[in-house]
Write a protein that binds this ligand. Sequence first.
Ligand code: ADP
Ligand code: F6P
Length: 550
Amino acid sequence: MHPRYTEMAVRDRSPEMEDLQGGASRIFNSAVIPLAVEHGQRGAAALPGPSLARRLLGDRRLLLVSNREPYVRKRTPDGVRFERTTGGLVTALEPVMRESGGVWVAWQPESDARETAIESERRFRVPDDGPQFTLRQVPLTKNEVVRYYYGFANRALWPLCHYFVDRCRFDEDEWKQYEQINERFAAAVVEEARAGDVVWVHDYHFCLLPQKIRERRRHGGPIAFFLHIPFPAEEVFRVLPWRRQVLEGLLGADLVAFHTDEYAGDFLGCCERLLDADVDHERQVVHWDGREVRVGVFPIGIDVEEFRAAAASPEAAERAASIRKGLGGARLILGVDRLDYSKGILERLHAIDLLLTARPELRRRLVFLQVAVPSREQVHDYRELKRQVDEMVGRVNGKHGTANWQPVRYLYRGVPREELVAYYRAADVCLVNPLRDGMNLVAMEYVACQQDGDGVLVLSELTGAARTLGDGALLVNPFAIQETADTLAAALEMEPAERRRRMQRLFARVTACDVHGWLERILTAALEEGHGEPRGDAGHARPRSMSLYH
Ligand code: ADP
Ligand code: F6P
């Protein structure tokens, strides 16, 4: 084994997990589609009868709130169509809403005055190919988007939670706008809510929303909050001028949920030390405002079956073959991200440079493909990153390329799912090296798309995914560029048997942490929040604990 491999202990070694690993090995050894894996390990959407979410919810509805809308309206010659948007949150939650039905409340960015005035244009049944839930849009003007989304959410909270304190800008007007938009969403939620609805608020755009909904609400059902990004250590979080308000806002929920026990622990620590709240660390409960607020750990996953099936299709096989043909026999290292400074894209290019410098024999025998979807382009740091990435791609290609071979190929756009899965399938190595990431779904998608089980995942230890996936991946410190380059070399040199052994373990973990299992655990916990038993026949055992890790 390469000396720089970092192994992370997997704490959850339940018999169920061992069984799963057996399941995964059967899949890879025989290259056969996994049919016989138990529920929760395979995805509830494939089960017969009412969906798991429906059985858990009974006659309650799910009222989900996120900033990013699941679909954007596109005017085409054939009329208006809805196109799925990109990002971890939508990737995870869109299948959940298809399964559970209900209402998804999300922004309608940069609406003009005419559109905002037309009530009928704010509620839609979606998606196009068989409506399953209602999309309720909350219109925001351009200026509101600038201050609330590009401003407070993405220039204060995002860098703060990802430990980039020097990138934070704390602006009083942007904070006020953030408060107002949270207020407006609270009004929309209360307007949409019916008695008993489960309200589920998502992500850092809406830290104040749980409290604001509680203050105004009439519906009486549980309020859950899930944070898709890291929650930072107290030493970092305390620099936020409005830290009290943000914590109090979150504590308006009955359940505050995170990806990892570190994030949950840091949140509990902040409540204790910055709010002077009474915290029961054993039970993961904050006593606040006469209530018990439960704090839970629910690592999110992907719809494994959907990705696996997409990658297994003949179309994906054909595309993957054509991608490989275009490589002319070279090995392929793949990076897929939103263009975000938290993703470590510059560090990745630097590692490729070091690798090719140290091993000139890899020239013409290696291609690094970066697929980067444009993101938050109105924020200076994102535009600056784009400039730096463009420059760095040019520099690496200029240094190592030849007249008929370029080591770096760079697609600056989102690619459709059919194309994405073909890249995953074709890649020998997937490099996922964020400097900090709440979870990172790309790592899981790559694993789910491995058909013969011999790709290698190189993964940053500073991601939530490193906790979920553990020792099947080659873990790296993303700030240690030489270590990353050496680990890439080791990934390329790894024996097929070792690659398959690791990929089996990864596949077992990804499958065990599937988005449907996540939904089951978190909905069950949300329904337990002092609001009595779920009314439907859930028909499933309750999770033993609020954490996958304990
Ligand atoms: P984040 O939530 O920070 O964007 P994740 O890795 O958790 O990061 O999720 C990113 C999601 O966006 C994944 O589902 C991934 O497939 C998708 N995605 C990222 N980049 C692209 C791209 N260039 N084209 C298409 N989809 C992309
Ligand atoms: O997963 C974290 C997250 O910020 C989500 O909330 C968001 O949908 C995704 O990344 C993409 O970011 P944005 O919505 O700003 O494009």
